[in-house]
Design a protein around this ligand. Structure first.
Ligand code: IMP
Length: 206
């Protein structure tokens, strides 16, 4: 059965301040104290699963177990249909330790060209996927997943956003995510959609 969140404190299993701010905005006036895994000194578990859901669950359950509090984790990435879903859960890894997404985007385009003969001939459809897992110390969890579908472009365009935003045009739009104002991207994004699903399922409407 679906469990609603009623506790006073929630661990956010991230070391990323941007994600914390997004979550704060999502929860609106819901009365909950947010504390990050970093603040509690919790170790970051290895993301050993091959699905977004699997990795979000690893992170949320590890934080819930170690802290004794409910914990929320997310896992996200871009799945390119012409590459059988790659880079998928390895989206961050493709940028290397320096987190440089220019070579990662060039690799996406290069692998499509290699596989299909040219970029024009390639299946350019792709989706950004966001999975959220809310886990409790007793092992119960609630998982949601959302995506935004779109098409890849061969040359990066735009300077907003991060990651693969410059090569992704969401369906129904002409600009890449990186060409859009951040608020426009956020209104369409996979993360916003996943947060909305979780809020509807587990948090009071505020
Ligand atoms: P993680 O969810 O923190 O593991 O990040 C996964 C990776 O997916 C990020 O490092 C980005 O490369 C990519 N990614 C996830 N969401 C977005 C997005 O909204 N725009 C661009 N890249 C994204």
């Amino acid at each position: 059965m679906t469990r609603r969140f009623t506790e006073p404190r929630l661990v956010v299993a991230t070391h990323n301040k941007g994600k914390l701010a997004e979550l704060r905005a999502l929860l609106g006036s819901h009365p909950v104290e947010l504390v990050t895994a970093g603040e509690l000194g919790l170790p970051e578990p290895d993301e050993t699963e091959t699905t977004f859901v699997g990795n979000a669950r690893i992170k949320a359950h590890a934080a819930a177990k170690a802290s004794g509090l409910p914990a929320l984790a997310d896992d996200s990435g871009i799945a390119c249909n012409g590459l059988d879903g790659a880079p998928g859960v390895y989206s961050a890894n493709w940028a290397g330790p320096g987190k440089d997404f220019r070579p990662a985007m060039a690799r996406v385009v290069g692998e499509l060209v290699q596989r299909f003969g040219s970029f024009e001939a390639a299946d350019r459809s792709a989706a950004f996927v966001s999975c959220l897992c809310l886990a409790w110390p007793d092992g119960h969890d609630e998982v949601v997943e959302a995506k935004v579908t779109g098409m890849l472009v061969p040359q990066p365009r735009g300077s907003h956003g991060f990651g693969y935003d410059p090569i992704f045009v969401p369906d129904g739009q002409v600009q890449t995510f990186a060409e859009m104002a951040p608020a426009t991207k956020n209104a369409l994004s996979h993360r916003t959609r996943a947060f909305a699903l979780l809020k509807e399922r587990c948090f009071n409407q505020t």
